[in-house]
Design a protein around this ligand. Structure first.
Ligand code: ACO
Length: 703
């Protein structure tokens, strides 16, 4: 992206307020007042057709009357007047517009919004908004918004789709002690969106962590691409995760692909750390803005209280960082900094007798040790210690260790003195929290970030796309037939073209042909009705399994035909599929939807009751590499079943991962054609024995 517009908006040498007003209480008054009083050092031009002077500044009837260059304009005039205002800014050579005005696409006025974007682009300008609070920047001393004050200074930057929430977070930065350098309200995202701003912030020297409040994206894939390339931590709180498209979904995958799951998968693939709620957004932002990522799994906890140590241990397990005992030499050294009745295991309990020196020495040694990937330090306020002195000892120990690039989090549990000590720690770059659970959660965020970054930077080698020509022929044939779903045989041809191991299946249109095909395939066989109108074949009595000889083939052919006619006399019957009867294996399901935000998205889970009742499934936005696919196999609750339980041999996870990769390639490559698909069941055999797709379904996009 060209950074000029955002440079113009965020570091303007001169800024105009189009719609500046002398009437206190109006937004055009507040924005001007904020710019003047909160440290902006560039030139400010109030624009108002009927005022001579506002708040002591000379006022101009139009931006075209301003004598000098103007880099940014804040627009605070009513919606119907905005197009003219934008045009005049364009003529003046403004670089970027901050359109605060509401009354555009959010109230159905999409055309008006499109009009202002087209006008802006005609003059090479970009628009932030409309329907926003504005932008705020501590390092630029600029409050170009109607939020009352700049946030508590810090290193994070907030990008918020909700204006009201931005104002609330702005105020809360002071009570929570979490500092931000900038805040962007992005409202309707008519032009500049999350991706543009993240890209710009990645190069902003004053931002160390990008914090997002997300309601939705216009283009999920461009968001994912930008986040994957970003070199700074990004944390997101996604709102609105209920019943996304589920009601209209026609398939298993569709009904399971709620926003929470698809967004969760997409954010994870993009390397974005997620927050569970607003409190957690603050806590994790603090850690990610102050501390480096945690590059290994070894978390060491040092405490002066057994209780908080146990609480932290539980939290560590809950957040995916289960504690391990430190190596013997680490324990032996730590033992020197505690009484006999202390514990050098993990958590390291220095006991209630721990004073400044023990904290200092234990922290300094542990922090510098190679085994330790991250350190969480807990302290319960006691009558024999001074919280501020403990905080200073901790900070000194970290500094003296000579180690960089390893994360620390702290929790002091106590009263006012502990609060003050924690504020001091935060000021000195150490994230500190009032409860051990929060300090461990913060460390988990630093670990998640490191893990996801490693995954997001993995290159994805798709499994090959030579099958496209074959697949397109099958799809075009179905379209010529006036159908928007493929028969099982056609779907299997498409799957097979992309290398998915489908059961051999052929179409018989007569009893004799069925016998011939059964002999070719080899007994036993399965026979299934093939009709576009009969999707639920078993319900129609259209499936017979374990057919072992010619007489049974003939009988099955007649019975299935009769059942199908009874079930739906109008159905077009293509014939009967004769297929190889796959031996028993562990049943799994693959499915895909074309998500409105992220495009082709796939699901994997154990089949049968696991998907029906337990909804034990996991999602990824396509494409998925084989190594990512292996992770999908490991993250469902039923993972041990694939790993081999109760004497069962492990299943062929490598073959399953290859199949997932091939399937993801297929849905991405045929994204313009396939609306939904599934492979259900897929049978997974013992290690080395592969997998088989037993049934396949493809629903085409309507054209
Ligand atoms: N150029 C410059 N100034 C002009 C022009 C023009 N072409 N036309 C009118 N003005 C002046 C007006 O004369 C007025 O100044 P005055 O007070 O001296 O008369 C000033 O611009 C503002 O115009 P008003 O008609 O008084 O409009 P008002 O201030 O009532 O409302 C506003 C304008 C704030 C943009 C309103 O239309 C609006 O959109 N409000 C909602 C904004 C909002 O909430 N955005 C964030 C959403 S996120 C959240 O919920 C927190």
């Amino acid at each position: 992206m060209n950074h000029e517009a955002l440079d113009g908006i965020m570091h303007p040498k001169a800024i105009a307020v189009v719609g500046a007003s002398a009437t206190p209480g109006k937004i055009g008054y507040t924005v001007l007042d904020n710019l003047i009083k909160q440290g902006y050092t560039g030139t400010i031009y109030p624009i108002n057709p009927s005022a001579e002077e506002i708040l002591g500044l000379k006022c101009y009837p139009s931006i075209l009357d301003v004598p000098g260059q103007v880099d940014a304009a804040v627009i605070t005039i009513p919606a119907k007047l905005v197009p003219q205002g934008v045009e005049e800014c364009g003529k003046k050579g403004v670089k970027g517009l901050i359109v605060i005005t509401s009354g555009f696409s959010e109230v159905g006025k999409r055309e008006l919004e499109d009009e202002i974007v087209a006008l802006a682009h005609r003059y090479g300008m970009r628009i932030l908004g409309p329907n926003i609070v504005g932008v705020l920047s501590n390092s630029d001393g600029m409050n170009a918004s109607f939020a009352p004050y700049l946030p508590l200074p810090g290193k994070a930057t907030l990008v918020s789709q909700s204006g009201a929430l931005l104002i609330a977070i702005d105020a809360a930065t002071y009570t929570r002690g979490v500092g931000f350098d900038k805040m962007f309200s992005i409202g309707n995202m008519s032009d500049l969106d999350f991706a543009d701003i993240i890209e710009w912030l990645n190069d902003d020297p004053n931002t160390s962590c990008i914090t997002l409040y997300i309601e939705g994206f216009k283009n999920g894939r461009s968001f994912m691409d930008v986040c994957r390339r970003a070199t700074k931590p990004i944390i997101g709180l996604k709102a609105g995760v209920s019943a996304h498209g589920a009601a209209a979904a026609a398939s298993h995958t569709g009904s399971l692909a709620g926003a929470a799951k698809v967004y969760g998968a997409a954010l994870q693939q993009a390397g974005v750390v997620q927050a569970s709620d607003l409190d957690n957004l603050f806590d994790r932002t603090l850690a990610l803005s102050l501390q480096p990522p945690m590059n290994g799994d070894n978390l060491l906890i040092i405490t002066n209280g057994g209780g908080v140590g146990v609480l932290a241990t539980d939290s560590a397990e809950r957040y995916g960082l289960p504690l391990k005992f430190a190596p013997p030499e680490v324990q032996a050294e730590l033992k020197k900094h505690m009484p006999d009745f202390g514990s050098a295991k993990n958590p390291v309990d220095l006991t209630g007798m721990a004073g400044n020196e023990w904290y200092h020495d234990a922290v300094k040694y542990a922090y510098a040790h190679n085994w330790v990937d991250g350190l969480t330090i807990l302290y319960c306020e006691t009558a024999v210690t001074n919280p501020m002195e403990i905080a200073q000892s901790i900070k000194a120990a970290i500094d003296e260790s000579g180690v960089n690039g390893k994360p620390v989090s702290v929790s002091f549990v106590g009263g006012e003195r502990s609060e003050k000590a924690m504020a001091w720690l935060v000021e000195h770059g150490l994230p500190a929290y009032g409860a051990p659970d929060r300090a461990v959660n913060a460390m988990a965020a630093l670990r998640e970030y490191a893990r996801m970054k490693a995954i997001a930077s993995e290159s994805i080698t798709p499994c090959g796309d030579e099958g496209r020509a074959i697949a397109m022929k099958v799809i075009e044939h179905a379209r010529l037939d006036g159908r928007d779903s493929l028969t099982e045989i056609e779907a299997k041809q498409v799957f097979s073209a992309y290398g998915l191991p489908v059961t051999r299946t052929k179409l018989a249109t007569s009893e004799d042909e069925a016998v011939k095909l059964a002999q070719e395939i080899g007994y036993p066989v399965v026979m299934k009705i093939v009709s576009p109108e009969i999707l639920h074949k078993s319900d129609a009595g259209g499936v017979k399994v374990n057919i072992k000889d010619e007489a049974s083939v003939r009988e099955a052919f007649r019975t299935i035909m009769a059942n199908a006619k009874d079930y739906n006399a109008e159905a077009h019957i293509h014939g009967i599929a004769v297929q190889e009867m796959a031996p028993w294996g562990t049943e799994v399901i693959l499915g895909s939807v074309n998500d409105p935000t992220f495009g082709p998205t796939m699901m994997f889970g154990l089949g049968g009751i696991f998907v029906e009742v337990l909804k034990d499934v996991t999602f990824r936005v396509a494409p998925v590499s084989s190594s990512q696919a292996l992770r999908m196999l490991g993250e469902i609750r039923g993972a041990p079943i694939l790993a081999g339980v109760r004497g069962e041999s492990p299943r062929d996870r490598a073959a399953m991962a290859e199949t997932i990769c091939a399937y993801s390639t297929m849905i991405l490559d045929l994204a313009d054609e396939i609306s939904e698909s599934d492979a259900n069941p897929v049978l997974v055999y013992a290690e080395g024995k592969g997998v088989k797709v037993v049934d396949a379904r493809i629903i085409l996009k309507k054209k």
